[in-house]
Design a protein. Structure first.
Length: 202
């Protein structure tokens, strides 16, 4: 996971699909297979939560996990979703929560069609149907809209024209979840982690 995260940070955003499979192996239990964390007896520890709290009363689309980065170069404005890693406000730093809240209960996105997504929703869609371990010709409709058609709705204005961001939040979210898991596991198993693990974005 550390090597894949480093590759993502070097610009290979598609590496997040490989990371989604690693997260699934670590975290996702089914009736037929137990996750690695369950087998290790580590589902009871606190999991790092870098998301802002979801406010159900917010009438706008909600982005709790990634950051929106605006750039201006050669007279052109661009926008992109990025994983903040440890570049967080104090309220988002060093917060640990139970596994079920981290994985499947806390909403991290709500789009402008009122579809909501948890970490589990994004990881399983990417890993199971969108290029992680399998490519499915029939994606979940809400996920397909979120991952391909900008249903968060944020845009960059270039003069009088508005354009979508250069990417969607899906793969940066997988990178941020990877960061949360790596820091969680580093706290639990410090001897397994190199001191060089990168915790801040460029």
């Amino acid at each position: 996971m550390i090597a894949s995260a480093a590759s993502y940070d070097q610009g290979f955003e598609g590496e997040a699909r490989r990371l989604s499979v690693s997260i699934r192996i670590l975290a996702h239990d089914t009736s037929r297979a137990k996750s690695l964390l369950t087998q290790l007896g580590k589902k009871e520890i606190g999991f790092l939560d870098t998301a802002t709290p979801f406010n159900p009363n917010n009438p706008l689309a909600v982005n709790c996990l990634t950051m929106m980065k605006y750039s201006f170069k050669d007279g052109v404005h661009t926008g992109a979703y990025v994983a903040p890693l440890d570049n967080l406000s104090p309220s988002r730093a060093n917060k640990k929560i139970p596994f079920d809240a981290w994985w499947s209960e806390n909403i991290i996105y709500r789009d402008n069609r009122r579809n909501t997504f948890t970490r589990k929703d994004l990881v399983l869609n990417v890993a199971n149907t969108d290029g992680g371990a399998h490519v499915d010709p029939n994606l979940d409709q809400a996920y397909a809209q979120f991952s391909r058609f900008n249903t968060l709705g944020w845009k960059v204005f270039k003069g009088s024209a508005a354009e979508d961001f250069a990417n969607t939040p899906v793969l940066p979210s997988i990178r941020q979840m990877t960061h949360e898991l790596l820091i969680t596991l580093k706290d639990e198993f410090p001897g397994l982690f190199p001191n060089t693990y990168r915790t801040s974005p460029d």
